[in-house]
Design a protein around this ligand. Structure first.
Ligand code: SAM
Length: 187
């Protein structure tokens, strides 16, 4: 993982990864105050945090499972606090319940990364009335699609969150791949 971390920025710049810039653009349209407390989930080397900081958001923390990625992010002076934690494992989250106004995640949820079931844990990090926003390439496999949609629906049906807007299409998120930008409100 450390090796990936040291090469990550170089690799994604070669592969036309526009996700962080495009997601930050969609996020800005929500017009939330610039001093909201934000946690960047699967922050990686800080690509989304960098874009949000450039837009004027001042209070951003980072969480990622990889210490190597966080080390690279730390050097960029984007985040106030950085937490190494693997979502989806059985360990206790280092984040106190209801700490943040908003959780964001770019390209970090789904196959090979954070399991969809971790939306439950992510919700606990956010205050009531706060937002969970993410952009990720939609799963292609039927089984994956079903798991993804069933977690989102289950949280809706059990009154844990509601959609603030329909998912927004983000074209060319990564290479020519389309992603969807979701905004859910914790109830
Ligand atoms: C594709 S990178 C995205 C990083 C960053 N958000 C960006 O847009 O450049 C995915 C990140 O998810 C992190 N990750 C994968 N599984 C994770 C998990 N279960 N818990 C926390 N972080 C995880 C990886 O360490 C990696 O930094």
């Amino acid at each position: 993982m450390k090796t990936w971390a040291s090469k990550y920025d170089e690799e994604v710049s070669l592969f036309n990864y526009n996700g962080p810039e495009l997601m930050a653009r969609e996020f800005a349209k929500l017009n939330v105050p610039k001093d909201v407390k934000v946690i960047d989930i699967a922050a990686g080397t800080g690509a989304l945090g960098k874009e949000l900081k450039a837009l004027g958001y001042t209070c951003i923390d980072a969480l990622d499972g990889s210490e190597g990625m966080l080390e690279a992010a730390r050097k960029k002076n984007i985040y106030r606090n950085l937490f190494q934690f693997l979502l989806g494992c059985d360990k206790k989250s280092p984040i106190t319940y209801g700490t943040y106004d908003i959780a964001v995640s770019c390209g970090g949820i789904g196959i090979g990364h954070i399991p969809y079931s971790a939306f439950h844990d992510i919700l606990t990090m956010v205050k009531q009335g706060g937002l969970v926003c993410w952009a990720t390439i939609n799963p292609k496999e039927e089984q994956e699609k079903e798991t993804y949609n069933s977690v989102i629906t289950e949280l809706k049906d059990s009154g844990k969150w509601e959609a603030v807007q329909d998912p927004v299409r983000v074209e060319e998120f990564y290479k020519n791949e389309l992603a969807l930008f979701y905004v859910m409100k914790k109830l």
